[in-house]
Design a protein around this ligand. Structure first.
Ligand code: ADP
Ligand code: MG
Length: 287
């Protein structure tokens, strides 16, 4: 798509994927085209942002990328192998690519203790030696091992999202799909969770597909940005370039609708993004 394509050895490569849903029943039954021919690649260690208004198809792309949905057309290629055509490729994707959803309330089973929630991916993949892994995972996201015997409702929203992130890391993924990972959280907690994601990226060398509508955050966190509009990617490029010099009308309107660093007229960063950047740079600089 862009001038720099083709990109060498992407981890994940979406090639012209399409996905429609049937919605409604009886006479109201109709086909909704959620994603209509999206191509997007993510390289090892790279963070790709996916932005666009609500309903533009971002979450559907995320679910296609992690193998939760099967494309109607096109291919999802993980490490060079088509996950729907080549034997074992879907299993490998399921082991090495995970997802963090927007709402930690609905993504954690309320009847399960945290230990079971965290061990579940290991059991599904028949990992034999699981002793100590759940405690280590909690520690990695800044929660004490005493949390293992608790239930999700005993935690705050931010803590629950930490648990969801811990679960996403259980199988040592190379890529994590983050679908609006902080949108459901209080503003005061958002920066903490974003910093956690940035620290994990740095220490574990993760790649992220970072779905968000907070353009300040996207600009700060992402290497590249793709802009979705009505099921299609209308613009894609380095985060800084897309944010400061959007080429597509829709991107410009999207950015202008939101005050902050990506707004054409706005020269200064929004508080949260600026603070976040400053804090993180300090942390990185001192460590
Ligand atoms: P976004 O994450 O950008 O808000 P989605 O990918 O969730 O967008 O949705 C894109 C479109 O597909 C919307 O019109 C949505 O209503 C529709 N859609 C998504 N999932 C389903 C589904 N399981 N059944 C029916 N329609 C769906
Ligand atoms: Mg969504």
């Amino acid at each position: 798509m862009g001038a720099e394509d083709p990109r060498p050895n992407p981890l994940l490569d979406l090639r012209g994927v399409k996905k429609s849903f049937l919605s409604g029943g009886g006479i109201r039954r109709r086909t909704v085209v959620a994603v209509s021919g999206v191509s997007l690649s993510i390289c090892p260690g790279e963070t790709v942002g996916l932005v666009g208004e609500s309903g533009s198809g971002k979450s559907t792309v995320g679910r296609l990328a992690v193998g939760l949905l099967r494309p109607d057309e096109g291919a999802v290629v993980f490490k060079g192998r088509d996950i729907n055509a080549e034997r074992g490729a879907l299993d490998e994707l399921r082991r090495r690519v995970s997802i963090v959803f927007q709402d930690p309330h609905s993504s954690l089973d309320p009847r399960m203790r945290i230990r079971r929630i965290l061990e579940e991916p290991l059991r599904v993949q028949k990992v034999r030696d699981i002793a100590g892994k759940a405690a280590a995972a909690l520690d990695r996201v800044g929660l004490p091992a005493s949390g293992l015997n608790k239930f999700p409702h005993e935690f705050s929203g931010g803590q629950r999202q930490r648990i969801a992130i811990a679960r996403a890391l259980m199988l040592d993924p190379v890529l994590v799909i983050c679908d609006e990972p902080v949108s459901a959280l209080d503003a005061s907690v958002q920066a903490q969770i974003l910093n956690l994601l940035l620290d994990l990226r740095k220490h574990l060398g993760l790649a992220y597909l970072f779905i968000s509508h907070d353009l300040g955050v996207v600009r700060h966190v992402c290497d590249r940005v793709a802009v979705m509009y009505r099921g299609e990617i209308v613009e894609e490029g380095p985060a800084e370039a897309v944010c400061t010099r959007p080429r597509h009308d829709y991107t410009r309107r999207l950015f202008d609708a939101i005050p902050g660093p990506c707004a054409q007229s706005g020269k200064t960063a929004t508080e949260p993004a600026a603070k976040l950047r400053e804090k993180h740079e300090k942390a990185v600089g001192s460590g």
